[in-house]
Design a protein around this ligand. Structure first.
Ligand SMILES: [Zn+2]
Length: 75
């Protein structure tokens, strides 16, 4: 769970960096893939960040917190 969380975070961060560098250097060649990578990161989070017990999406995931749906402790 923690690794999946950091994976989606990393992908989003990468997309952010691409967008930022594309914006700063005025290159749409970097900007457009940046948006795509960022969207993929959001999508990954929606797919991966789920409660391991009831398999529902946990919006505000933090290790040691409890699932808002079934009350189980998250990894
Ligand atoms: Zn749950």
């Amino acid at each position: 769970m923690k690794q999946k969380f950091w994976l989606s975070c990393g992908v989003m961060l990468l997309g952010c960096l691409l967008m930022l560098s594309g914006f700063l250097t005025d290159r749409s060649l970097l900007y457009i893939p940046g948006i795509m990578v960022f969207s993929a990161g959001i999508l990954l989070e929606f797919i991966l960040i789920r409660c391991p017990f009831c398999h529902r999406y946990v919006a505000l995931y933090a290790p040691g917190k409890f699932c808002p749906h079934c009350g189980a402790e998250l990894e």
